[in-house]
Design a protein around this ligand. Structure first.
Ligand code: BGC
Length: 754
């Protein structure tokens, strides 16, 4: 009885508390956490005030002047007050420790800063530009390059890189094609995933750097190849061409994404909810955070889809953007937007949760200084092994475009004239977006040649300059005065090596060119050297496909070396003298003229395909349709044949696999590597299909005379395509499966899907 009475009393008490809403249980149901980190995140979040929350969504820059790294006083104060929780462009272990100390010792919440930087193709040891690396088609080497970049960057205090850049680009006028993997979706997707794995390594370890898949999305489809320009695209093209590399990075575990500057069909990416929330988060299951590109929220005012920055901020965060890079829009207006009910507290909290979670995943709450180890920095950055790896990657990225009379490789006992405006350049070899790279630490081509061939007689003349106030529109004609000396030494030599191309700064962001020929009088220099009758070996150092029709016609040999990085001169010399047999293949088409652009291998047939005898077919009156050098093209010092192509069955069902085999033979007298490529054409589709699409490739090392049977297995998924309702599926019918060493040199077998 006594107990019963007590029970009733207790029940009454509990129910009255519940009725008045004061039961701690009823008010705050304990959240169920699948991931224990989420509990930690919430316990931090619960203690934060609104300024501190917005601070976690704010990313400001640090600077670098002649005295070393610095930070603007205002930004240092913002770190102190908790109004800036993330910094980019700050690097070196010592300096980042100092900034981290402000966050850890002088702020109320003691939330560690996240340090980001554009480590695109190396931190200090610079590897070839990404477009160059793509020419290696070597996923192991590309992943290793990103791993080394991460090892160096993390040793220098960095947590996060704004890479990989995944923008498919089919327009060489666009300066940023240098940062990507070229024109192909399949190759670009594999490379994006390899770079993501390489940068991130094992998240939480001290050598892991968080990847940022950028620029989401379709930035490379800018009209007229002009940076930041409008993108107008069908949904099918968006899904088929521009989104797959991003999806591949989500699958590879990329933890952050960056929006792009452009609009797509009238909607700036930074406010594109279908893209950021519906596709990226909901459909693909991306769990990390999304950062804007540099002031891309603010730029919506210029785009004209918002009246002011405050509205731009509201559209961005409501679309799914978590962090504002340098724009200070969240910093300035988010509080007001919340007060006005334009943005919900939950939206802000969820964005903050994502940022905090990454900091937990990196282990920064346990040890905010774990990436600031000066000893490790000294040991790792610019190590001998890293330079060796950069040299190897550079060799693998070189593409041999022409080699008449087997002029290459050169003998090391000859007299060699080394000329051209880039022959003794160092700084240009690292290209754009070269992080903390140091031009002075580069090996120039002249140095590389001298080192590789000590018994050769080497003469050098610059020949001409590369630019004169470039990119001024009224560029006065450059002087040809240096030609005479270049011609004089060439006449005395057995062969001339001419290093021409672009300056590093002529590609990259805001470095578009309407004229993609060799700048200045470089072409004239080459043509004058050809007149000497000596073999002319052209080494191209550049960041985009160039239009070089006369050079392609007249030079004896052409080596595409891109911007090859710190060890560039050594790597090119390795190829010139045959210490390395080139195996690179073009990841982007080289047009004959800018007038053909955009020109890419996977074009469609049209209703009036080219017919030389019929004027009313799809062609130019003044130029061939074909490129100078197609996608997938690249020579070797040996030759390869593709024989006995067959499919294991002529017909296959939707749940079957089909295996295509052929014999690849090294038909020359040197060992060499070939990148064997497989393309598919769907002959009849309910919507039209490209003439060919890359679906598989394999890099194969064969000894002279050796042959090997290569097999590729395809599933129906490899034959599927996006339909207008955005369903991806294959259709029954005939398919041509093509194999070869270039997109234009292919043998075909026909199979039927039933
Ligand atoms: C570029 C991004 C880069 C960012 C931060 C922007 O201008 O478009 O690719 O990551 O700056 O440096």
């Amino acid at each position: 009885m006594k107990n019963k009475g007590l029970n009733i009393l207790m029940m009454l008490l509990i129910s009255s508390i519940t009725v008045f809403g004061q039961s701690p249980k009823a008010k705050k149901p304990t959240p169920q956490y699948k991931d224990p980190l989420d509990r930690k995140v919430d316990s931090v979040l619960a203690k934060m005030n609104l300024d501190e929350k917005i601070g976690q969504l704010t990313l400001f820059t640090s600077d670098w002047d002649v005295t070393g790294p610095t930070i603007r006083k205002g930004y240092a104060d913002d770190i102190r007050s908790g109004k800036c929780g993330n910094i980019f462009n700050a690097h070196t272990a010592d300096y980042n420790r100092k900034l981290q100390e402000i966050a850890m010792k002088e702020t109320r919440m003691k939330i560690p800063l996240l340090f980001g930087y554009d480590v695109i193709h190396g931190y200090k040891t610079i590897f070839p530009i990404p477009l160059g690396e793509a020419a290696s088609w070597d996923m192991t080497a590309i992943e290793r390059s990103a791993r080394i970049a991460a090892e160096e960057a993390s040793a220098a205090g960095l947590h996060w890189t704004f890479a990989p850049m995944l923008d498919i680009s089919r327009d060489p006028r666009w300066g940023r094609c240098t940062e990507g993997s070229g024109e192909d979706v399949y190759l670009g997707s594999l490379i994006g995933a390899a770079r993501t794995r390489g940068f991130q390594g094992k998240i939480g370890s001290t050598s892991s750097v968080v990847a940022c898949a950028k620029h989401f999305a379709a930035y490379g489809a800018a009209q007229a190849g002009r940076d930041y320009h409008t993108v107008d695209l069908s949904d099918v093209s968006l899904w088929e061409t521009y989104l797959p590399p991003f999806k591949a990075c989500v699958d590879a575990g990329a933890l952050t994404f960056m929006t792009s500057f452009n609009e797509i069909n009238g909607v700036p990416s930074t406010a594109n909810k279908p893209l950021l929330t519906d596709i990226l988060r909901k459909k693909w299951g991306f769990k990390g955070f999304i950062v804007t590109d540099y002031t891309s929220i603010n730029e919506m005012v210029n785009h004209g889809n918002v009246a002011d920055e405050k509205e731009a901020g509201e559209k961005s965060i409501n679309a799914g953007v978590d962090m504002d890079l340098q724009g200070a829009v969240y910093y300035n207006y988010l509080k007001k937007s919340l007060a006005e009910g334009k943005v919900s507290q939950l939206t802000v909290d969820n964005a903050v949760r994502r940022v905090l979670k990454l900091k937990f995943q990196l282990g920064l709450f346990d040890n905010p200084y774990k990436f600031s180890d000066t000893e490790r920095e000294k040991r790792v950055v610019f190590s001998k092994e890293n330079r060796e790896a950069a040299r190897d990657m550079a060799r693998k990225s070189i593409v041999l475009l022409k080699n008449d009379n087997m002029t290459l490789p050169l003998s090391k006992n000859k007299t060699i004239a080394v000329v051209g405006p880039l022959a003794d350049s160092k700084i240009d070899l690292i290209g754009s977006w070269s992080g903390a790279g140091d031009g002075n630490a580069c090996v120039s081509l002249l140095e590389g040649i001298k080192k590789a061939a000590p018994s050769a007689t080497i003469m050098h003349a610059q020949g001409c300059d590369l630019e004169n106030n470039f990119p001024s529109m009224n560029q006065p004609k450059l002087s040809m005065d240096g030609f005479a000396e270049a011609i004089r030494i060439t006449k005395q030599a057995d062969v001339v090596v001419v290093a021409v191309g672009e300056r590093g700064w002529m590609t990259g962001e805001a470095a578009c060119r309407a004229d993609i020929t060799l700048p200045g009088v470089q072409k004239d220099l080459i043509l004058e050297l050809v007149k000497t009758g000596k073999p002319v070996v052209v080494v191209l150092l550049n960041g985009r496909p160039l239009a070089i029709p006369e050079v392609a016609d007249k030079a004896t040999a052409i080596v595409e070396a891109w911007f090859p990085g710190t060890e560039g001169g050594n790597a090119v010399a390795d190829v010139l003298f045959g210490d390395y047999n080139p195996s690179g293949k073009l990841p982007m088409t080289f047009p004959r003229s800018v007038g053909q652009v955009p020109l890419f291998y996977c074009e469609k047939n049209t209703g009036r395909p080219f017919d030389a005898n019929n004027k009313y077919t799809s062609k130019y009156m003044d130029m061939a349709n074909t490129p100078q050098y197609p996608f997938g093209f690249g020579l070797s010092y040996t030759t390869f044949s593709y024989e006995n192509l067959s499919a294991d069955k002529p017909m296959f069902g939707f749940n079957d696999k089909i295996t295509v085999s052929f014999t690849l033979k090294n038909t020359g007298n040197r060992d060499g590597e070939e990148i064997a490529q497989l393309y598919v054409r769907d002959l009849v589709g309910s919507i039209t299909r490209p003439l060919k699409e890359l679906k598989r490739f394999q890099k194969v090392l064969l000894k002279a005379g050796e042959s090997k049977v290569i097999s590729f297995t395809l599933t129906t998924d490899d034959l599927a395509f996006y339909h207008p309702n955005l369903e991806k599926k294959a259709e029954a019918g005939d398919f041509d499966i093509m194999v070869g060493g270039s997109s234009d040199a292919v043998k075909t077998v026909r199979v039927t899907l039933k």
